[in-house]
Design a protein around this ligand. Structure first.
Ligand code: APR
Length: 184
């Protein structure tokens, strides 16, 4: 497992199913409707149970859905986490529609929300690189750059000690490990 330390936070790359991850928060790659879907969204709702969907419906009632780049938070249901943060990545349309900015916002919004609830550990999937079609290498670059920049800029307010990128496929795992090697 490849890892680097940025400030007080250890950033690691893991391979596997994020629903098996144990810690404070896992991040879901949701859609703006917040009513579940396939991919990691489907896996989290399947493993997390109906409580998470109920809370997503409450959020929908209060604020409608969740715009791309933004994030909302629910309990962890049956998962071994305290919370699930649901963020909505950009749908890839060729790269000229601000997709990189929106994807970076997903990571930043999730880290800010995690700090608001005092989390010490968080796990991210490779947001937008499945159904939303974001090419994996540029998505990896955006993900790690935005997390590294957050940790470098927000040393004061950040309380997270562990950030894990849980890669479901070997290509993403390789890309993330290589990126961390270059960062060191
Ligand atoms: N654990 C970790 N990662 C997973 C898992 C899992 N159990 N299942 C899938 N992934 C990975 C995919 O392999 C991909 O690398 O999560 C990454 C994101 O893929 P998607 O889940 O397809 O999410 P995304 O590309 O952001 O598309 C979001 O898909 O499921 C719907 O409701 C969701 O409409 C939304 C869209």
């Amino acid at each position: 497992m490849k890892k680097v330390t940025i400030g007080k936070t250890t950033v690691s790359v893991l391979s596997g199913d994020i629903t098996a991850w144990k810690g404070d928060i896992i991040v879901n790659a949701a859609n703006s409707g917040l009513l579940g879907g396939g991919g990691v969204d489907g896996a989290i709702h399947q493993a997390g149970g109906p409580e998470i969907m109920e809370q997503c419906k409450e959020i929908r009632k209060l604020q409608g859905g969740c715009p791309p780049g933004h994030a909302v938070i629910t309990g962890g249901g049956n998962l071994e986490v305290k919370h699930v943060i649901h963020t909505v990545g950009p749908i890839w349309e060729g790269g000229g529609r601000g997709e990189a900015i929106t994807l970076a916002e997903c990571y930043r919004s999730s880290l800010q929300l995690a700090n608001e609830v005092g989390a010490r550990s968080i796990a991210f999937p490779n947001i937008s690189t499945g159904i939303y079609g974001y090419p994996k290498s540029p998505a990896c670059d955006v993900a790690l750059k935005s997390v590294a920049e957050f940790l470098e800029e927000e040393q004061q307010q950040n309380q997270l000690e562990q950030i894990d990128f849980v890669c479901y496929d070997a290509e993403n795992a390789e890309l993330y490990a290589r990126w961390l090697e270059r960062y060191d």
